[in-house]
Ligand binder design. Structure first.
Ligand code: 5GP
Ligand code: ZN
Length: 136
């Protein structure tokens, strides 16, 4: 399989690893949004959030919490973003599940989500109802 993260996991290509256990690996993003930007990745090839089993999901989140604490301590941060992209339309480039831990610094100029949308009268309630009905 031609997956760049599987190649990192298998040691075929190098990465700046910061954490590893039997299920999860974390390494620096090659093209960081901010310095210290780290990716937390399951060792199993799973494409996205829908495909991951609950056990692996728990392992990833528990590992991510450890890694984030390490990053915040090491880089003396006051905050970070924890984000995960699903699908090309959401900005997913690598189709192997991963979470981004993005260090945030005062005045770093990042505005990850701009809020320009507004609900029309009654639209919010309709959308909430539709989503409620679709959650299994
Ligand atoms: P996505 O957009 O899929 O959520 O994020 C993929 C991330 O992987 C990007 O931020 C990109 O910079 C990073 N990336 C892509 N190829 C490599 C690589 O070969 N090594 C490392 N360390 N990061 C990579
Ligand atoms: Zn993979």
């Amino acid at each position: 399989m031609d997956c760049i993260f599987c190649k990192i996991i298998n040691g075929e290509i190098p990465a700046d690893k910061v954490f590893e256990n039997d299920k999860v690996i974390a390494f620096l993003d090659l093209r960081p949004v901010n310095l210290g930007h780290t990716l937390v990745v399951p060792k199993k090839h799973i494409e996205n959030l829908f495909e991951v089993d609950e056990e692996t999901l728990k392992e990833i989140i528990i590992s991510a919490q450890k890694v984030a604490k390490g990053i915040v301590g090491a880089l003396d941060l006051k905050g970070f973003n924890f984000a995960q992209n699903n699908g090309a339309v959401a900005g997913q480039i690598v189709p192997h599940l991963h979470w981004h831990i993005i260090p945030r610094r005062e005045d770093d100029g990042l505005h990850p989500w701009t809020r320009t949308e507004q609900y029309a009268e009654g639209e919010k309630e309709k959308i909430a109802e539709k989503i409620r009905g679709a959650i299994l």
